[in-house]
Structure formats: C-alpha cells, structure tokens
Write a protein that binds this ligand. Structure first.
Ligand code: ZN
Ligand code: ZN
Length: 459
C-alpha cells in the first residue's frame, strides 16, 4: 500500500511522513497502512523525529517510536562491542542513544565496519526533543518512556530543546499550535528542563525567551476574549503560579536593576512591539486587559508592582534599553546582546534622563506604598498624571542648562512641549479625572516645573 504512495524498495529514504503522515486511527484502511509501514521499517526505511512528530495515528506513531528505540539499542550494542570504553558516551540506566547517536555511528563507520544504513541517525547533533514543535507533549512522553532521556541537552547551536524555536515562527502560530507549544512547555518543566539556562550570545536565560514567545503569542492573538482562558489554562500551574519560573538574567539596565526578570521582559516587549502591531492610539481598555493578564501571570513574583512602576516610567521617559533586547524568539541561536561600546554610548547620552528615572521611581514607589491602591489604578491615575506633567515640561535639549539655572534660584519659563506617544502613557487615557490635591504634592518634587493641568489629564 505504501509503495503506491511513492515508497519503493530501492528508495528507502522516501520520507515515511509523506506516506503515513495523514493516516488517522479511524481511517478504514489504517490497518493496511500499519502493516505496510511495519514491512518498510523491517526493510530498513529511514526514520526521523519528523516522521514521528507528523504522524497523526497513535498506533502508527507507537510503532515508529518502538522501531527507533530498537535501532538505537542495536547501535549502542554495536558500540559497546567494537569501541574502546573511552569512545563511548555515558548513558544512564535504561537510556537510549540520542544526541550522541550521530557521533557513535560515525566512529563505528571509521573502524571500517559496514553498518546497516537504517542505524544512521537522521538528525545528528540535536536531540529528538529539538523537534519539539512537531512533537506533542504526549509524543514526547512516549519517547521519554521508551528511554530517550535527553530532554534538556544543548544541541549544536548551544540551545537546549526548551529554548529552541522549533519550526513554527511564533507570529504565525495558530491557536492549536499555540496550545501545543504551552503544553510542551509544561511537559519540559515537569521533566526538570532548566529555564535558567543561559541563552547563547546574550545575558538572557531561557525563561526570558519563553516569556517573549508567550507574550508575542498573546499580543498577536486578535481575540482578547481568549486571553483569560489562555492564562488560566496554560500559563498558571495548579497552585496558580506562573509556569515560567522566576529567573533573573545578567543584564545591566535601568529597566530592571539586578538583571531582567520575566515580567520586565514581558513589559519591554509590550512597549516596544505594540506601536508596530497597531497604529496609534492603542485602546486603553485593551491595554488594561493585557496588563491584567500579565499581572495575574506574574502575581507571585517578588515585587511585581514595583517592576511595573519602574518599567512604565522607563518607557514614558523614552529611555533606551541596554538589556537583552536582542533575544530572537523565532531564532534563539541568533540572539545577540548589545556590545559594551554601544551600551556606554547609550548610558552617556541618556545620563540625565536616567537620573530623572531614579528620582521619579523612588518618589512614585513611595506614593504607591502610601496610597495602597492596586497597581493598575495607581498607574492609570496618579502615575499617569505625574508623567504627563513631567514630560510636558521636559526639554531634552536644554536640560543641563535649566538645571544650572535652577541651582541659581531662577525658574525659566519653559514652553510646553507635546508629550510623545508612548504605550505606557496610554494607560491613563481611560481616566480623565484625577484628584487635584494629589498633584499639589508633585510640585514639591519638581520645584522648577510648573503645572499645565489641574484636574484634567491630557491624553
Ligand atoms: Zn532594559
Ligand atoms: Zn536581559
């Protein structure tokens, strides 16, 4: 039957996936295909992770997994018989060759031995799990139970399966493969895959890459009604904790002193990508819903509210990140950090605004503590008013000059300048009314700035 699909006995590399990929368990001719597949495998048909991942029939898939396990067992027996112990990779009890299978095959061939070509691994240098976008969590569990334990081994570009992109660019993921992606993520974490592993080429960790992928997925999902379902079903575990563990990376950036956290990375992505995904203005209500999801997702993280206040202020001041903005969610092995001279230039150029950031953040955090409001309400009310006040008077070209003059006790009349469009500032446009007396106190922090708005907030 499979011979009709293009497979023939001289062509043992004809991909099985093309012949059996579409066969389902319930198909009337399923059994026929099953027996043909058995025969072809016996004849030495090549078999890869792709064949297993794309197989839609459970019983056929189990046949492929069993056959792959048997072939790897044979390869290991040959290796133990003919190779010196120092050439053998170390395997755990019951473990099958996976990432080292290509190496073992090559070394055995170099000894001059003629090997059955069906033993030649199709995917040298990576584990089966690097094909995770083709493999459902269920299939991966089947492979694991068969003895493929290398769930967390870095493959050739140095990326372990959890941090690898797989085959589907995140931006074109549909809801079905989004769900598969998160189920697979849960599976990897349950098997002990390490989300704090460093992402090659950057200071970031795998957890930050995952956060970017998940956040991108949420942002590109047009149906915001799905967001909450997503959160409850996929992003939180039984205890309602985030699936992505709290991990700090080694970045130095004022958006998150001490290293990026997954929440700071999610916010960074929201602020940077929304203006390119949607033409301004972004609806405030939608932003609020999105933030509620991010907050709920990270609600057990230490100091999540303070992270929000800092990241919002950082964005409103149009500061430039010196952290891991070079994470490439679709091509993790191409992720790249900014180099030192680029970072030094940014820090020098934005020196004064960075001082403003620290001052604003410490004042705003103190206010936030005092108010005892939920952080979103604080951001859309008080925080927004303060930022608008500040930005409408900030003149970046003459900042130094104004500071010098202020030291002399002279207050210059500064022209109001238009406040730039920043996603962070969208948050306040939902609430126009604010309390006057709260603003009065603002005056004491910024004596050199007068207040264009009392009672009404621009936006
Ligand atoms: Zn940053
Ligand atoms: Zn970072």
């Amino acid at each position: 039957m499979l011979l009709d699909s293009g497979a023939n006995e001289q062509n043992s590399t004809f991909p099985l996936e093309r012949a059996i990929g579409n066969i389902k368990d319930a198909d009337p001719d399923h059994d026929g295909y099953y027996h043909s597949a058995e025969q072809l495998l016996e004849l030495g048909w090549t078999l890869s992770a792709r064949d297993i991942g794309t197989c839609r029939s459970k019983t056929l898939r189990s046949l492929l997994v069993k056959e792959l396990a048997a072939r790897r067992k044979r390869l290991w027996e040959l290796a133990r018989s003919y190779l010196p112990p120092d050439k053998l990779p170390s395997l755990r009890q019951g473990e099958l060759l996976d990432i080292d299978a290509g190496y073992v095959y090559t070394v055995l061939v170099e000894t001059g031995r003629k090997l059955d070509s069906s033993l030649r691994p199709m995917d040298p240098g990576v584990t089966l799990y690097h094909y995770r976008n083709l493999l459902s969590a269920e299939t991966m569990e089947e492979l694991y139970q068969a003895g493929f334990y290398g769930v967390d081994l870095p493959g050739i570009p140095g990326v372990a399966p959890l941090g690898s992109a797989g085959m589907t660019p995140i931006i074109v993921m549909n809801s079905r493969n989004s769900k598969c992606f998160v189920k697979a993520l849960k599976w990897f974490i349950s098997k002990g895959a390490d989300a704090s592993r460093k992402l090659p080429g950057t200071n970031a960790r795998v957890a930050h890459l995952l956060t970017e992928r998940i956040t991108m997925n949420i942002l590109s999902n047009q149906h915001e009604d799905n967001w909450d379902y997503w959160l409850q079903t996929f992003l939180l575990n039984k205890n309602k904790d985030s699936l992505v563990p709290f991990v700090r990376d080694a970045c130095a950036c004022a958006c998150s002193p001490g290293g990026c956290t997954t929440l700071s990375v999610a916010l960074r992505l929201v602020f940077s990508i929304l203006p390119s995904l949607y033409s301004a203005p972004y609806p405030a209500e939608r932003l609020r819903r999105l933030l509620k999801i991010l907050i709920e997702w990270h609600r057990n993280y230490p100091k999540a509210d303070q992270v929000l206040i800092r990241c919002f202020t950082f964005d409103a001041l149009s500061l430039t990140h010196t952290c891991c903005t070079g994470i490439s969610p679709n091509f993790p092995h191409r992720s790249k950090s900014k180099d030192k001279s680029e970072i030094d230039d940014i820090l020098e150029e934005e020196k004064e605004r960075l001082k403003d950031l620290e001052r604003l953040v410490s004042e705003l955090e103190a206010k936030f503590e005092g108010f005892g409001l939920p952080v979103l309400e604080f951001l859309e009310g008080y925080w927004h008013s303060c930022m608008i006040q500040f930005l409408s008077k900030l003149d970046p070209y003459d900042e130094e000059h104004h500071k010098e003059v202020r030291k002399l006790g002279v207050v210059l009349e500064v022209d109001e300048r238009p406040v730039p469009y920043r996603i962070s500032l969208v948050i306040g446009t939902r609430i126009k009314e604010i309390i006057n007396e709260e603003l009065d106190e603002f005056e004491s922090w910024w004596p050199g700035i007068s207040y264009p708005y009392q009672g009404m907030v621009a936006g």
